[in-house]
Design a protein around this ligand. Structure first.
Ligand code: TRP
Length: 334
């Protein structure tokens, strides 16, 4: 088995990407693309597993996500960007993998359990939703990837991917490498603007990479802080305070941030002052992203061609993988 690093990662296109996506995995993808072979997948089929009745939402988001990728600096010359639905070998592979997993094991997957709770599915979980981690194992292995940059919430899925790989190799022979998750060093899950644990579209607490300057400012000025910090003169709490969490992640002037934290903790520093500074920091971070987006937005022909080329390149690799898999299983008579 080879030592070469191949990256596969992706996102469900259910809306535009936000700062949590950037921190969780986009920044690692931009960093790693010049060193490793990287595939970035728009997981449209996975997005449909809980949006079957609203396909237009997914279709509309595909080009938004593609624009988000290009605007943060994912470079299509170095990274192959493709659409999951254009590589049917993934679903084919998933069908073999489904036999290597139990329904009980899937129901215990913490990521899925959380998402089922969030969506209020209770007893009516779409079967496709319950099994999407198996499909995700197929996403990763269809290109023989061994490195997966993701946010910490995805770790149980990567663990399950490795279980599938081990079962497959044990039963049919050594076809696949195990894979390694790569989670960010600094902050493996960015909290929402309302102080909830996770930034997410469905929780309504996200700042999007495509938000304009006014929208970002409004969101920042409305952010949750320390609820006990009522007057500027009160001592405030920095830990778990999203305004300071974001400054730590997106700020560049560590000394100034430390001074503000000390001042806030002592008392005497008002929320508005901190928020105004955070707004500056975020606008500085987002400005080059907005500028790059402008280069691509509206160039529909270019975007479509890019996605088509990436998808056919990946499909060709998928065909090779399926050949290996069918040979290993013994399905060689047709
Ligand atoms: N489940 C991932 C998410 O919600 C998206 C995804 C689909 C993915 N397939 C993948 C991530 C393969 C990494 C590798 O963010």
């Amino acid at each position: 088995m080879s030592e070469k690093k191949i990256i596969l990662t992706g996102d469900r296109p259910t809306g535009p990407l936000h700062l949590g996506h950037f921190v969780g995995s986009l920044q690692n993808r931009v960093k790693l693309q010049s060193t490793y072979k990287q595939f970035v997948m728009i997981a449209d089929q996975q997005a449909l597993t809980d949006n079957a009745d609203n396909p237009q939402k997914i279709i509309d988001a595909i080009f938004q996500v593609l624009l988000d990728y290009l605007s943060v600096g994912i470079d299509p010359k170095q990274t192959t960007i493709f659409a999951q639905s254009g590589v049917p070998q993934i679903s084919e592979l998933a069908f073999y993998y489904l036999n290597l997993v139990t329904v009980a094991r899937l129901s215990r997957n913490p990521t899925i359990k959380d998402e089922i709770r969030q969506r209020g599915f209770e007893e009516s979980i779409p079967a496709g939703f319950l099994v999407y981690p198996v499909h995700q194992a197929a996403d990763i292995t269809v290109v023989n990837a061994n490195l997966v940059p993701v946010g910490a919430d995805q770790l149980p899925i990567i663990e399950q991917t490795n279980e599938i790989i081990r079962s497959f190799n044990r039963i049919y022979g050594p076809v696949f490498n195990e894979v390694e998750a790569l989670i960010p060093e600094k902050c493996d899950r960015l909290m929402g603007t309302n102080g909830l644990e996770k930034m997410s579209k469905s929780l309504g607490n996200a700042i999007y990479l495509s938000d304009d300057a006014d929208t970002v400012q409004k969101k920042v000025m409305g952010m949750y802080t320390d609820p006990n910090h009522l007057r500027a003169s009160d001592p405030g709490k920095v830990e778990g305070n999203p305004v300071f969490v974001y400054l730590d992640v997106f700020g560049t002037d560590a000394q100034k941030i430390q001074e503000m934290k000390d001042h806030y903790t002592r008392g005497g520093l008002g929320d508005v002052v901190v928020k105004k500074y955070l707004n500056e920091v975020l606008q500085t971070f987002l400005e080059p992203i907005r500028a790059r987006r402008k280069e691509f937005v509206g160039n529909q022909d270019y975007l479509r061609t890019l996605l088509q080329q990436g998808t056919s390149e990946t499909r060709a690799i998928g065909e090779q993988t399926i050949k290996k898999v069918k040979t290993a299983i013994g399905l060689t008579y047709i």
